[in-house]
Write a protein that binds this ligand. Sequence first.
Ligand code: SAH
Length: 257
Amino acid sequence: MSDENKSIHEFDFNLICEYFSLLERQGPGSPEQTLNALSFVGPLSEDAHIADIGCGTGGQTMVLARNVPAKITGIDLFLRFIELFNANALNLGLGERVKGIVGDMNILPFQEEELDLIWSEGAIYNIGFERGITQWRKFLKPGGYLAVTEASWFTDNRPDEIHDFWMNAYPEIDTVPRKVAQIQQAGYIPIATFILPETCWTDHFYVPQMKAREIFLQKYRGNPMAEGLAANEKHEAELYAKYKDYYGYVFYIGKKI
Ligand code: SAH
């Protein structure tokens, strides 16, 4: 790769980070649904250790931290997100037991059977659902829990436009029963699944992005890459509004056998 290409590539990556840093959450979800998922997990003591994988700036992590006394480690690939994560934890007085570290979900820095709970909202697609639930299992204690959200189809068939969009974006998207079967095959008891309500996409994700896009485009007016990124996110929101009956995010909660 030439230096010129490399710098373009880095700029793109920084732009993506900057755009999503303007948001409290970097994926669909809500405090209510984080707590809903937590209600299926067994009690967690002060000695318990939770990993939040692909934590972003920690919107959901802080909700967890305010509701369980456990130690929480957030992991994300992007330094900027981890800096914001740690600032959020400190501001909330949670800095003692909630720490963000830069890391890769493909090579997690935990001991085998170290964790009581693995949490991951809107991020496991980066390793792939089946690979993620299989590879991460060894880090859980027997009886430990896994709680992840994953893009899923709600019906067996769907219009071509949205089918093609997802085949390009994330071909591992699949129906809920097939995802549940994968959880069972990977060595977990499927404890619960529920579809995230529409507001997790609208009020908590796409609506805040409208304001973020304004700020972002004011700063980067005339920059084709920034404008392209903003247009892309807007297109995604429009697709969601049109095809929300066919897909969404589903919370999957499993217990390691
Ligand atoms: N859980 C947060 C963020 C979801 S966005 C929320 O729900 O708001 C997905 C996150 O995964 C991003 O923060 C991205 O930086 C992170 N990510 C992408 N690839 C990763 C990898 N290989 N290892 C760790 N984190 C990764």
